[in-house]
Design a protein around this ligand. Structure first.
Ligand code: HEM
Length: 409
């Protein structure tokens, strides 16, 4: 696969670093990338070359830079049809909706959904989130011996919450989760990536048809109504928006809860600070977001003109990867960055994004994670990691967490 990179601009002489599609040790890989500079050429699966933005300050600036857009038509490699068939990251680039839109288009798409995420609406969800958390912990308490906290607690909580917001039936949720796991994987085979995309669109299309026939009190029904009254969402945008809400609404929070429990169990002195009331649960959530960002790297953005970054120039039409996990451990911004430290002040991370595409669900994610951690450790203060092998990472550099987290209560 050829690239848009010409090998003549300063900083381009070096071979691009090949990113491990399995994300086996993201923090070690990120340390190498940060050392190479704030903007580093990396090779994604399929030989696609993009700029990874790995330093906090540079990432913050580029996320809000009007010369950087998200519409895939801005990317020369995409526009010229040079991506390999079944490219595993294609969905991130092409899904119709706010995450791939700029300017007025972005404001329209985001505006339609944002009414569901006002601070007031989120606060209203608190009692339901508490009740679901308690019910899941009741079920966990019945389990015999060590269990996978990710499967039994960290996954069902955010999935049930977003499922209820969108009006999805319980039996639809597991099927959607499996497909969405393949979708966020950067190592899926082309066949699996295509099948997952088709499966998700088919399932969500069926959800839309069912809600159209029988409207409910949920976000899907509201989005259909918004579309039909003002003709503001096309059918593709409607399904794309549901897909985005579903994937963004559970994969990330699932990782956040898992990563927070893992970090606390590995740092008992920090856990003690919270259990003794010296630090709030919100400090655990913020420090976990920085230290072990649930979104490792997010594809993609595109330069609409040449942009100088340090001693390299990102050319118009080239793509950028937002390296959130790398920025979180940037010692140039966060002193002693590899240390999990709940007393860190200030703790201004970028792990929920920045600029016009700042995470729409940040309030919900924070509420869910805080509620989950408070109840989990309140009920099982002696929670420990189960004996056995080190947990394996998720096979993705987009999603940053472990596949299982076996614990004993
Ligand atoms: C710990 C949990 C979460 C993390 C770490 C997270 C992280 C992020 C990040 C980094 C972005 C920016 C992506 C980019 O353009 O580079 C983003 C955008 C977004 N997030 Fe989240 N997110 C979380 C939870 C949620 C939840 C619960 C929802 C919804 C229910 C949600 C919905 C969205 C949406 C819709 C966008 C796109 C916004 C736009 O393009 O304007 N996220 N999120």
């Amino acid at each position: 696969m050829d690239t848009t990179v010409d090998g003549t601009t300063p900083g381009r002489g070096a071979e691009p670093v090949r990113l491990d599609p399995f994300g086996r040790d993201q923090h070690a890989e990120n340390a190498r990338l940060r050392a190479a500079g704030p903007a580093v050429l990396v090779e994604l699966p399929g030989g696609v070359v993009v700029w990874a933005i790995t330093h906090h300050d540079t990432l913050q600036a580029l996320l809000a830079d009007p010369r950087v857009g998200k519409n895939a038509q801005l990317w020369t490699t995409f526009r010229e049809g040079r991506l390999p068939p079944g490219w595993p990251l294609l969905n991130f680039v092409t899904v119709p909706g706010m995450v791939t839109a700029d300017g007025e288009d972005h404001r329209r798409l985001r505006g339609l959904v944002s009414q569901a995420f006002t601070p007031r609406r989120i606060a209203d969800l608190a009692p339901a989130i508490e009740a679901r958390t308690v019910a899941l912990l009741d079920a966990v308490a019945e389990l015999d011996g060590p269990f996978d906290l990710r499967e039994h607690f960290a996954y069902p909580l955010p999935m049930q919450v977003i499922g209820e917001l969108l009006g999805l039936a319980l039996e639809q949720q597991d099927a959607l989760h499996e497909l969405s796991d393949t979708l966020v994987s950067s190592s899926a085979t082309p066949e699996a990536a295509i099948a997952a995309q088709q499966g998700l669109f088919a399932l969500l299309g069926a959800v839309v048809a069912a809600k159209r026939a029988e409207p409910g009190d949920d976000l899907t029904t509201d989005l259909i109504a918004a579309r039909e009254s003002g003709d503001r969402l096309s059918e593709a945008e409607l399904v794309g928006t549901l897909l985005l809400m579903l994937v963004a609404g559970h994969e990330t929070t699932l990782n956040l809860i898992t990563n927070a429990v893992r970090a606390l169990l590995a740092h008992p002195d920090q856990l003690r600070l919270v259990l003794d009331g010296e630090q709030p649960w919100s400090a655990v959530v913020e420090e976990t977001l920085r230290y072990d960002s649930p979104v490792g790297q997010f594809p993609l953005r595109y330069a609409t003109e040449d942009i100088e970054v340090g001693d390299v120039v990102i050319r118009r039409g080239e793509a950028l990867l937002a390296s959130y996990a790398a920025a979180g451990r940037d010692a140039g911004h966060h002193p002693d960055a590899d240390r999990f430290d709940l007393t860190r002040q200030p703790n201004r991370h970028l792990s929920l994004g920045h600029g016009p595409h700042f995470c729409l669900g940040s309030g919900l994610a924070r509420l869910e994670a805080e509620t989950a951690l408070r109840h989990l450790f309140g009920r099982f203060p002696g929670l420990t990691l189960a004996e056995g092998a080190e947990p394996e990472p998720i096979t993705s550099f987009v999603s940053n967490s472990v596949r299982t987290l076996r614990v004993t209560v």
